[in-house]
Design a protein around this ligand. Structure first.
Ligand SMILES: [Mg+2]
Ligand SMILES: [Zn+2]
Length: 192
């Protein structure tokens, strides 16, 4: 157990979107009709909000750069997602996304830390009191590179990539949870 694994009270949770909040699709989520909340995610968002966490979504959306979805449609999906979450008592402070294709070499596509750093700048986030929850090695690496205190991997993604070797040190999560609700419970216990 390292010092890094023992943060004080957590204030912020960064969430990946696909495979964490909603069911992922290999064909990308291109419309609100294709957006389906994963079991327990709305409840998790309600509980995290009630516990006082600032919740920020950081998501790779290369479907925009691939021309599969417009920025306007993506913005509409996020508006609908946030109002559904609000109706269930949760609150997403903001959504940061990378619209670029992998070959673009941008600094915001996870595992690069750009999205988290943008959020940090805009909202003055203390990364030593922040955790990241994601379903892929990329999310964990992004959290490490940005300097988040904790990184949690969930198994609710398309494939359980947790099992895939070899795991580079930076992609090893502090905790593996079944889904966002399980991860939220762990973080809330951890943060007390
Ligand atoms: Mg994901
Ligand atoms: Zn980008």
């Amino acid at each position: 157990m390292t010092a890094q694994n023992r943060p004080g009270r957590l204030k912020t949770v960064f969430l990946d979107r696909d495979g964490v909040i909603n069911r992922d699709s290999a064909a990308y989520i291109k419309s609100w009709q294709e957006f389906e909340f994963l079991p327990g995610s709305l409840e998790a968002l309600r509980r995290l909000t009630a516990s006082g966490f600032t919740i920020l979504v950081v998501t790779n959306q290369s479907a925009v750069g691939r021309g599969l979805i417009s920025s306007e449609t993506l913005a509409g999906i996020h508006r609908n997602m946030r109002s559904a979450i609000r109706r269930h008592g949760g609150r997403i402070r903001d959504v940061f996304f990378c619209p670029h294709v992998p070959q673009a070499g941008c600094d915001c596509r996870k595992p690069r830390p750009g999205l988290i750093l943008q959020a940090q700048q805009r909202y003055g986030i203390d990364l030593e009191a922040a955790a990241m929850v994601g379903d892929s090695a990329r999310d964990i690496a992004c959290a490490r590179r940005a300097g988040c205190a904790l990184a949690v991997r969930v198994r609710s993604g398309i494939q359980d990539s947790v099992q895939q070797p070899p795991a580079a040190v930076e992609t090893v999560a502090d905790h593996v949870a079944e889904n966002l609700l399980d991860a939220a419970r762990w973080l809330m216990r951890r943060s007390r």
